[in-house]
Design a protein around this ligand. Structure first.
Ligand code: 13P
Length: 251
């Protein structure tokens, strides 16, 4: 495959971050603007309460902002929810949908994730659509089948015309310090690429496939150079500017 894909590193702050976290963002901005220019697109997905501030303060350093979830509807009686249009209004350019923590904590199905991705596209955002298997699914040899089914049902047809990003996050690697082997990542990302190419003739070869799950300064280089790994979705290590910068610099 000859398509060149510019890599993207996104930080998912999850339910971490208050106004004092802007100091860490400022530290990241300073690292990004004083060192060698990053070779990756840099995205930070803070809690919604911090989105406007991250979008504003990150912009000068080229840091883009993303939400961590959106509702499938554009507005209405959904107490506590946030629409894709609201995220865009606050300065977001991306939104994570279908993170395994939302699938687990809020019972989100592939169908709902697809509806959220469609809503994101409708609001002009680029959805980062997450998929990944549990440990028992991997142990039983079903990882690729599970991920393939999630992809088929979670990615909207609109991905043929609009930019979407896929994030492969094996659930057992999230926050555990464990990662799949390079061979396992290579095989999974190749399988995801094959499926994207088969379904989306035009865009399939160029859709970014991120790896997520215990991506750290120590393993970033090895993982990010795997074929069809077009960047990373970083949890814990994105909370510290120095660690996140080291991962970005590993691209
Ligand atoms: P960790 O990097 O903390 O394992 O989290 C990964 C993740 O869930 C990113 O969305």
């Amino acid at each position: 495959m000859t398509t060149t894909i510019s890599p993207l590193i996104a930080g998912n702050w999850k339910m971490n971050g208050t106004r004092s976290s802007l100091d860490e963002l400022a530290a990241l901005a300073s690292l990004l603007t004083t060192g060698e220019a990053p070779r990756a697109i840099v995205v930070v997905c803070p809690p919604a309460t911090m989105l406007a501030a991250v979008a504003r303060h990150g912009a000068t350093a080229g840091i883009q902002a993303g939400g961590q979830d959106c509702h499938a509807e554009s507005h209405g009686a959904h107490t506590g929810d946030i629409s894709a249009g609201m995220l865009a209004d606050a300065g977001a350019q991306y939104v994570i949908v279908g993170h395994s923590e939302r699938r687990a904590d809020h019972g989100e199905t592939d169908e709902l994730v697809r509806a959220k991705a469609e809503a994101a596209i409708g609001a002009g955002l680029k959805p980062i659509i997450c998929v990944g298997e549990t440990e028992s699914q991997r142990d039983s040899g079903a990882a690729e089948t599970v991920v393939s089914a999630q992809l088929a049902a979670s990615i909207p047809d609109a991905a043929e015309q609009h930019e979407v990003i896929v994030a492969y996050e094996p659930i057992w690697a999230i926050g555990t310090g464990r990662t799949p082997t390079v061979q396992e990542i290579t095989a999974m990302h190749a399988s995801i690429r094959a499926q994207l190419v088969a379904r989306f003739a035009d865009r399939g070869p160029s859709i970014r496939i991120l790896y997520g799950g215990s991506l750290k300064p120590q393993n970033a280089r090895e993982i990010l150079e795997v074929e069809n790994v077009n960047g990373g979705l970083v949890g814990g290590a994105s909370l510290l500017a120095r660690d996140f910068y080291t991962i970005i610099s590993a691209v």
